[in-house]
Ligand binder design. Structure first.
Ligand code: NI
Length: 182
């Protein structure tokens, strides 16, 4: 397996619409997925889309660990490491929630991004299996973030209040402000 170079904001590959994959089970796709997983883990990320490693194809990897599941508990808010080819989602209901996101292509920053609270998503695993799941909380958020990458959309482009874009190591000020309001 190989560590891949991660494209950073400003590189045009991140703004391009990625091409669908004709054969999700091909050897190239399996190798790409293995390399993406290794690259994501090495960078301590929880999601990565192929355009972020300069491959403009509709492939994503992600995980939603239990500790990120939030106060509602882990049920359908956590998911093990998953790779999906040609993924798609639709919202379930119309609840939108604001949550903090980072991105390996925007290192050092964190922003508050509105996302659908619940979604249903589908795609093909690299072993050919069809995957269809419902997700909420952090799980729903990471899937929407990664699928956005396939359409050339970065999380900053989804933000409606840029005052809530910050360096990750200044995030304590938001926690302090929230405590002061209580
Ligand atoms: Ni990202």
């Amino acid at each position: 397996m190989t560590l891949l170079k991660i494209a950073r904001m400003g590189h045009p590959v991140l703004l391009r619409e990625a091409e669908p994959v004709a054969d999700p089970t091909s050897r190239e796709v399996r190798r790409l997925v293995d390399d993406m997983v290794e690259t994501m883990e090495d960078a301590n990320g929880v999601g990565l889309a192929a355009p972020q490693v300069h491959v403009s194809r509709r492939v994503i990897v992600f995980k939603a660990p239990a500790e990120r599941a939030g106060p509602d508990g882990p049920e359908d808010a956590e998911t093990p490491l998953t790779a999906l080819v040609n993924p798609a989602f639709e919202p379930v209901g119309d609840e939108v929630e604001l949550g903090w996101e980072g991105c390996l292509s925007i290192p050092g920053l964190t922003g508050a991004v509105p996302r659908h609270a619940r979604i249903r998503y589908r795609g093909t695993a690299p072993d050919g299996r069809a995957v269809e799941r419902e997700a909420r909380g952090f799980h729903a958020r990471v899937v929407q973030h990664e699928i956005d990458h396939l359409d050339g959309i970065l999380y900053t482009m989804r933000m409606d209040d840029l005052r809530m874009l910050a360096f990750s190591d200044e995030m304590r000020h938001f926690a302090e402000a929230a405590r002061a309001e209580e």
